[in-house]
Design a protein around this ligand. Structure first.
Ligand code: 6PG
Length: 465
């Protein structure tokens, strides 16, 4: 045996990670369910092929690894992962580590870790972000598992990770499901950011009658400033492409129905389950669902009318509004992480999480450096939006968000994520809200009782006297 790590699954992400490891000098054993993929993969690897050791059976693959073994599975999450665990476990020895590098549901990861723990086999749930390019040239990786596994993985992962000013974008975030949970929330924030970009695009396209390429140029400019981020960058680029077939702007021939594989939805489900409401992320997940009802929306446009009015919003106002909403969306993501840290007793280091998102991952943005710093400084009530830097940024950008949301609402433009962000902001800045009315109603119809201001205990209203 001579391979330091095994990669099972030579799909897009698995192959890219295996090549990345080989390039960094690691000997990598590889195999794949469809054995006919293995030969071509090694051939295409060129000089890197020298460090890639192909095997056509699971037994040989496992025997080709130095012990204690480390095996990274890059296969579809769900049932295939359970089947693989069942197949590989009898071939492993105590102290070996299996890693699931897919977008798995963290509940599954916790269950698998607990089951394998009985055999003294370590199960790591690792979130990998950055798509194929990231995997090949430097992803951001969120690791959940035992300290023993981290010892094994650390030297490899720190080499292959993306770097932000030299700092590798990978860390051990907690036990069992912590890494997959953090990746799930990363994707929730990703959904929110993507949706907000789409809304801002919509306002420029339909409210200001700008052409896609012009909007692309604006995103390109924004990417030079406070809004700098991978998603703004690629949107700016995508908007400037034309369709080779028709010559139309490429975005105009793409069907406006968004897919989703589940991570955004899990973020919302878990938030709600823990008594949180990440409404900006929820709005983004919901907007994707509505988008998929293309036929219904076409029918509704006939009956209800699809007119949207022109908008008088400057680019600067749109940029500031997006910045405010983006801060609020990130803040909601970190609140879910905080809730999970408490619920599962995970030692999540929010500053470090922001740090490992600064490069390699899909939500990398200029803001994350500020977020990571904010978590190291004064954080009133534990809230990111109350950190001096963010309170100040919000104070200067919220007026723009108000102008954009109110303009959009008056003009009939749908801005579910931007308006959700603003609604959350306006709710949170009221020390005295309106839930007294909810409590009065609950007591009125159901004798549920309420607390009085400044008094302990349960009280009832005079409507019961
Ligand atoms: C990443 C991405 C990646 C993928 C997700 C989301 O961080 O590299 O989040 O994991 O794009 O599967 O995909 P959906 O939009 O299909 O849910």
């Amino acid at each position: 045996p001579n391979a330091q790590i095994g990669v099972y699954g030579l799909g897009t992400m698995g192959s890219a990670l295996a090549l990345n490891m080989a390039e960094h000098g690691f000997d990598v054993a590889v195999t794949n369910r469809e054995v006919e993929w293995i030969g071509p993969f090694v051939e295409d690897a060129g000089v890197l092929g020298a460090r890639i050791h192909p095997h056509d059976t699971l037994e040989n693959f496992v025997q080709g690894l130095v012990t204690p073994r480390v095996i990274l599975f890059m296969i579809p999450s769900g049932a295939p992962m359970d089947a693989m665990i069942e197949a590989v476990t009898p071939l492993l020895a105590p102290g070996d580590t299996i890693i699931d590098g897919g977008n798995a549901n963290f509940h599954d990861t916790r269950r698998r870790a607990a089951t394998l723990n009985e055999h003294d086999i370590h199960f790591v749930g690792m979130g990998v972000s950055g798509g194929e390019k990231g995997a090949r040239f430097g992803p951001s990786m969120m690791v959940g598992g035992s300290a023993h596994s981290w010892q094994q993985l650390r030297p490899i992962l720190r080499e292959i990770a993306a770097r932000f000013e030299g700092d590798p974008c990978v860390d051990h975030l907690g036990p069992d499901g912590a890494g997959h949970f953090v990746k799930t929330v990363h994707n929730g924030i990703e959904y929110a950011d993507m949706q907000m970009i789409a809304e801002v695009y919509g306002l420029m396209r339909h409210g200001k009658a700008l052409a896609p390429a012009e909007i692309g140029k604006i995103f390109e400019q924004w990417n030079e400033g406070a809004l700098r981020s991978y998603l703004v960058e690629i949107t700016g680029k995508a908007l400037q492409y034309d369709d080779p077939e028709t010559g139309h702007p490429m975005v105009d021939v793409i069907k406006d129905a968004a897919g989703q594989k589940g991570t955004g939805r899990w973020t919302v489900v878990e938030a709600v389950r823990m008594g949180q409401a990440a409404n900006t992320i929820e709005a983004a997940v919901g907007a994707r669902s509505w988008s998929s009802e293309k036929a219904t929306r076409q029918a509704a446009e006939e009956i209800l009318g699809g007119t949207c009015l022109a908008l008088d919003l400057s680019r600067e106002t749109l940029a500031d509004a997006f910045l405010a909403a983006r801060i609020l969306a990130y803040a909601q993501g970190f609140r879910i992480l905080d809730a999970a840290a408490q619920e599962y007793d995970w030692p999540l280091d929010f500053s470090r999480i922001a740090e490992i998102w600064r490069a390699g991952c899909i939500i990398r943005s200029a803001l994350l450096d500020d977020i990571s710093e904010a978590f190291q400084g004064e954080l009133p009530a534990g809230q990111l939006i109350l950190a001096p830097r963010f309170a100040q940024l919000l104070a200067s950008s919220i007026p723009a968000l108000r102008e954009v949301v109110s303009g959009a609402v008056k003009g009939g433009h749908a801005v579910p994520a931007l308006s959700a962000a603003l609604a959350w902001y306006d709710t949170m800045r009221q020390g005295h809200g309106t839930a007294n009315i909810i409590q009065a109603q609950r007591d009125f119809f159901g004798y549920h009782g309420f607390e009085r201001l400044g008094q302990e205990g349960k009280h009832h209203g005079p409507w019961w006297d």
